[in-house]
Design a protein around this ligand. Structure first.
Ligand code: HEM
Length: 217
């Protein structure tokens, strides 16, 4: 058979991000964006510290508008987050993709970063990514629990007491938000530094030659 030089065959591709993870990831990115920008407007109505977020960077226009955005996106974040975490735990996705995660592997990867060598094979997260993903999922849990304590301090008074009361829960909520913003800054920097990771997070697929042998399917 003659080779078709004008249309060379597509290289074989493997699925490295399951559909549930991709849908969950992008819904989460949208929900987090709305939560953060509306949250900044809510903060500005009664700042905890001696600064305000520039109103141009916030969502909702005024306190009541921002609260409506915050509560609407809250349902998206929580329902999507519960589906993503249940899928991650029960499908084995977390076990395969985020573990093992050892301090030694994280230290080695930091060493690589300092030497300007970030190891990355598509479909296999390096130790810094694993730490960041596990960390941001835990931060998400803290954000939801502290948010519940601020939203319904009477109904969730046990939870609020655990977080240092209403004011304590506000502080926890603020610092968890700051942690997520820090994560997003690092996450987006890594995507810019290694842009070939982005298309597979949309299509799920990567050329088999570039994908890690341990990829999802
Ligand atoms: C426009 C914004 C975003 C872009 C472009 C983006 C891009 C990506 C890409 C390309 C990956 C795969 C990385 C790889 O294969 O090495 C990824 C994974 C991930 N991202 Fe994002 N991301 C964004 C926002 C977010 C946000 C806001 C969060 C959470 C606060 C987040 C959390 C995660 C997590 C947890 C994973 C791992 C998913 C898994 O395998 O279960 N991302 N992201």
């Amino acid at each position: 058979m003659e080779a078709d030089v004008d249309h060379p065959p597509e290289p074989p591709r493997s699925v490295i991000h399951p559909l549930t993870v991709r849908i969950g990831h992008w819904i989460n990115a949208l929900a987090i964006l709305i939560m953060i920008l509306s949250g900044w407007r809510i903060y500005d109505a009664s700042p905890l510290f001696h600064f305000e977020f520039p109103h141009g960077l916030t969502l909702g226009g005024w306190l009541a508008g921002a609260l409506q955005w915050h509560f609407a996106a809250m349902w998206l974040l929580v329902i999507n987050g519960v589906v993503y975490v249940l899928y991650g735990v029960f499908s084995g996705h977390y076990r395969r993709s985020f573990f093992p995660l050892t301090p030694r592997a994280v230290a080695r990867e930091f060493g690589n970063v300092l030497r300007g060598r970030l190891s990355h094979r598509l479909g296999a997260y390096n130790a810094i990514q694993k730490l960041a993903y596990v960390g941001v999922i835990l931060l998400g849990v803290v954000l939801v629990l502290s948010g519940l304590s601020i939203w319904k301090p009477v109904q969730f008074q046990g939870l609020a007491a655990l977080l240092g009361g209403y004011e304590g829960a506000r502080l926890v909520h603020f610092f968890a938000m700051a942690g997520v913003v820090g994560f997003i800054a690092i996450h987006l920097t890594l995507v810019i530094l290694v842009p070939r990771t982005l298309p597979p997070m949309v299509t799920g697929r990567a050329p088999r030659a570039a994908a890690s042998p341990g990829s999802e399917t």
